[in-house]
Design a protein around this ligand. Structure first.
Ligand code: SAM
Length: 212
């Protein structure tokens, strides 16, 4: 899986500007290097531009790498709302989105995402694209909130669903989140309100469309 992903990343390079700077800024600030892979980021951009999504919700901002990929898909017309636990991370992400020219199109809600999601439901907010990339323990809860907040035919993407191959390959050492992802994938695959597929790009992404 690693070899295939390295090949995809090297051939289909992600040429969006500012992404290298984001990676450097994450390192400089002593934050973990757990942004989406370049090709996963490119897939996010393409899904947004193909679907025409304009109102995007991200769960898990880190330093803004995926945020820039998402915003690059909607150009000047879209809006990104991003949920992040850590104030410091949201500040860096905001800085990086501003440097990339999306400063006035992004807003960050800090604190536990479950609280922010409850508030968005209370405020009757609606989104047409969701990206789940935060604590794995809450993926199931995040999925249900996304469905509550979704426009008809909205798209929901979740990252890390292959747990570095450990959901299927007995020779890969199980990760902390292997069983969580196995269960999450079953839920996504069989959810009555979703039509879904799993793409083995980066650490694996599920892509779901909310049924009409
Ligand atoms: N999507 C980012 C990217 O590709 O650039 C990477 C996100 S990183 C894998 C996961 C992020 O989720 C971290 O920044 C972490 O602080 C955040 N996070 C973890 N638990 C959270 C929670 N309960 N609520 C909100 N954010 C959380």
């Amino acid at each position: 899986m690693k070899q295939i992903n390295n090949y995809i990343d090297s051939v289909f390079q992600n040429h969006y500007t500012h992404l290298e700077e984001v990676i450097s800024s994450i390192k400089e600030n002593g934050m973990p290097s757990i942004s989406v892979s370049p090709s996963s980021g490119k897939l996010l951009t393409m899904l947004i531009s193909i679907s025409g999504a304009k109102n995007v919700l991200e769960i898990g901002a880190l330093g803004g790498y995926s945020g820039i990929c998402l915003a690059s898909g909607f150009g000047k017309e879209g809006k990104l709302t991003s949920l992040e636990l850590e104030e410091k991370y949201a500040e860096l992400a905001n800085n990086n989105l501003s440097k990339a020219g999306f400063g006035d199109q992004v807003s960050y809600l800090t604190g536990p995402a479950l609280q922010s999601l409850e508030k968005l439901v209370e405020d009757n907010k609606r989104f047409d694209f969701f990206f789940i990339d935060a604590d794995k323990e809450n993926y199931e809860n995040y999925l249900e909130y996304c469905i509550k907040l979704a426009d008809s035919e909205a798209i929901i993407v979740a990252d890390n669903v292959l747990a570095q191959g450990s959901v299927v390959d007995q020779e890969v050492k199980p990760k902390r989140y292997t069983e969580l992802m196995k269960k999450f994938n079953e839920i996504v695959a069989n959810h009555p309100q979703l039509e879904s597929i799993l793409i083995p790009i980066g650490d694996g992404m599920t892509i779901s469309k909310v049924k009409k």
